[in-house]
Design a protein around this ligand. Structure first.
Ligand SMILES: [Zn+2]
Ligand SMILES: [Zn+2]
Length: 126
């Protein structure tokens, strides 16, 4: 009866895997990278540094994630990036649908054409 063998426990007494911590305490397993962290560093966050100069929406989101306490987690970041991409796509699709349902440009252009035709007729009479 050793079905638990080979399976890692979700929590144990150990050393926090975060390189700036290394505390010996109760540690919990990160579901993304499988390493153990103390409660303070259990939350995964994107690895690497954000571009502090950039004002891009994507970078702002990255910055928010990056500021959170936790450990830099590569598998989580891949998941996070895919999630952001999915959100972007959904946003682009919604925007596309909006443009298609309201042909603003075309109706504006037809108004302009009508106005020009009127103007042309008016100037012809002179
Ligand atoms: Zn992790
Ligand atoms: Zn820690």
């Amino acid at each position: 009866m050793n079905s638990q063998e080979g399976r890692q426990p979700d929590s144990k007494i150990g050393v926090c895997h975060y390189h700036l911590c290394r505390k010996r305490t109760k540690v919990y397993r990160c579901p993304f990278c499988g390493e153990y962290f103390c409660t303070e560093h259990l939350e995964p966050r994107p690895p690497g540094l954000p571009n502090f100069e950039s004002t891009k929406r994507e970078n702002k989101l990255f910055m928010e994630e990056w500021r959170k306490p936790g450990h830099p987690c590569v598998p989580y970041f891949e998941f996070w990036e895919a999630e952001q991409k999915r959100k972007e796509e959904r946003y682009a699709r919604a925007l596309d649908a909006l443009i298609k349902s309201k042909p603003l440009k075309e109706s504006f252009m037809s108004k302009v054409k009508r106005f020009l035709r009127k103007l042309f007729r008016a100037t012809k009479r002179l």
